[in-house]
Design a binder for this molecule. Sequence first.
Ligand code: UGA
Length: 429
Amino acid sequence: MKIAIIGTGYVGLVTGTCFAEVGHQVTCVDSDQAKVKLLQAGGVPIYEPGLEELLARNVAAGRLQFTGSVAEGVARSDIIFIAVPTPPLPDGSVDLSFIEGVAREIAGCMTSYKIVVDKSTVPVRTGEKVTETINRYCRAKVEFDVVSNPEFLREGSAVEDLLHPDRIVIGVRSPRPVAAMREVYAPFAAPLIVTDLHSAELIKHAANSFLALKISYINAISVICEATGANVQEVATGIGMDQRIGRRFLDAGIGFGGSCFPKDLSAFIKIAEQLGCDFGLLKEVQRINARQMDRFIKKIADTLWVIKDKRIGVLGLAFKQNTDDVRMSPAIELCQRLQAEGARLRVHDPKAMPKARVVLADVEFVEDMNAVAEGCDALVVATEWSQFKQLDLERARRALTHPILFDGRNLFDKDELERQGWIYKSVGR
Ligand code: UGA
């Protein structure tokens, strides 16, 4: 299939590359000319496991190209995916101006039937608006279909998620684009459901909100565990073995972050409000998430007594493991809150330090995770990178004033650390 992807962020770039990998002819479009140049020169603007090799292979095979021109992308393609940002507005609703702008641009240069697919996460009923906009701005008055095809990729495993999806959702207003959409996804051999446009749009917000709810649920349980001496990981395993519940997304910690869950929750609450429904359940999910961070900081303050002038080593800056993304990262929030209390920080992240430098001031960035503890009063684990489990604990113990570790992601074995003489505080254990 001949496909254009408008927007080369995490979603657009990974989607375009994986479409090329399965044999489609893909043109990726971005308005950021510097990014287009970087991609054309073989560079990759984000860290995503597996992406770099895949990208190079498909560019070399002539299946993947980059341009700054929407008109070029549209002219070369039968199906146009919109994968531009939908950032939050101050009141929690979604800024749809990028979607609207791209819809107008596509409309302006369409000269034959096209399928316009929305892949960005958007409020229910956005597809209707996109249809209206294209109708209004389409000079050539050609036919088109608008389709909703939400993405379910997780950063850090986006390539894997895209190549081996749990399901594909196609939302349509008429049967006409269905065959072509099936063909796009045929190589992925995944279950595919066809729904109406509104349902497909809703599936995305409902799925992300449910996953966030699952995390807040286990975080709420972690509070009960701490109050009773139970172990949240054992509780999670015990309930997760029930297939109706499932173990995934039941890891307690310092709360969820990233560019999706916080934004999508606020948006979904706002959308519900605009439709006359009070989604109180999701407001509670947000409250639990915020309280989880407060509780962790209180744990640090209670143990260190005074945070001011303490040197604290922080392991992890990305919002989760296997990514360099620090947007809405709980780890960054934690650093900033500790700094506000007067702490001096030494920080490390395997991939996110370049991006963290832009948002974190007055911290020492340490290249070697085993050197972070030097001269510190305590260590904090803020991101669930699995390599932190390989930390040289003996070296850290010697380097710290006193061996104190706050593990916000439950990476270490509590009994083992306590046996080694650590003051070890984790979440819900
Ligand atoms: C999320 C969804 O998982 C994807 O399905 C969706 O496509 C994507 O949003 C999106 O809307 O684009 P992502 O934000 O990349 O993906 O990352 P997640 O793996 O979902 O993690 C989100 C946050 O939850 C992280 O801060 C992570 O540390 C936290 N988390 C996750 C927990 O605290 N506990 C868990 O058990 C799982």
